[in-house]
Ligand binder design. Sequence first.
Ligand SMILES: Nc1ncnc2c1ncn2[C@@H]1O[C@H](COP(=O)(O)OP(=O)(O)OP(=O)(O)O)[C@@H](O)[C@H]1O
Ligand SMILES: [Mg+2]
Length: 301
Amino acid sequence: MTSVRVTDLVKDYSIRTGLKRTRLRAVDHVSLELTPGRTVALVGESGSGKSTIAKILTRMETPSSGTVDVRLDDGTAVARSRYRREVQMVFQDPFASLNPFHSIEHHIARPLRIHKRTTTAEETRERVLEMLERVNLTPAANIAPRRPHELSGGQRQRVAIARALAPGAQVLIADEPVSMLDVSIRLGVLNLLGRLQREDALAVLYITHDLATARHFSDEIVVLYRGRVVERGPSDAVILDPHHEYTKLLALAAPDPERPGRVTSSDPVDRETIDNSTCYDHFTGSWQEAGVPAAARAAAP
Ligand SMILES: Nc1ncnc2c1ncn2[C@@H]1O[C@H](COP(=O)(O)OP(=O)(O)OP(=O)(O)O)[C@@H](O)[C@H]1O
Ligand SMILES: [Mg+2]
């Protein structure tokens, strides 16, 4: 069992506008905790900093400040060399995340070998077939030799999930795992993630724009707005009793048929006017300052 504690994460990007360079704070003092057997949903619209957090958690980006502490059950810190095995990511785009030149078998066998989960070629092959069956890709022997383009989007995403779990990962970061899939198959993939999570007591960060699936598939919801957490709490509490203006707006938002996975608000409120300096925490039942170190977080006026 592995837990992840994120404390005061900050990520600044330097962006060029003409001749000048300006700083963009994509993530501003975000703290959250992922524990075995629990799913935390990170919700927020485009540009709110969700993927940046996912990339930092999977070590594809380094934070400007703040810490990511990954520990095993007995309290020992996970060594750098073992980090990749413990924390894995499922990406949004199942078409881009698999290599078109390699077979499905190769995609799953590779992490098994790299992380020394299997020793002989025969054992690897057996484990590949087992993994494919676990993600409902059957008959596995028939799927294994295929290349990614010979599978549907939903099937590819199942391969990506099997690949993420192959090293024995205990923490799964799923960055909008179904937003590029056809609406009709999204639920199937989310149900699969839910089942694997229960079976392996995985700690899951589920990133989405969609409050409805966030509520259904998560224990806790963290609402991100312009890099800051503006509301957090048990899923039902956040959805049924949203306190922050931004969460209320998200709750009103409807799926945008033109851009699958994206939402448009039915209410043309200018988002720039929404304040992200306070956060409502349902766990404590109080407003707090947002965008400040956790230790310094004062009760909001
Ligand atoms: N490598 C980068 N360089 C500069 N700015 C970046 C970089 N990556 C992200 N950003 C900026 O950081 C902000 C947060 O981006 P991020 O990708 O985390 O948003 P997101 O919440 O995942 O959005 P989406 O829902 O569209 O995926 C955005 O304003 C984005 O333009
Ligand atoms: Mg993103």
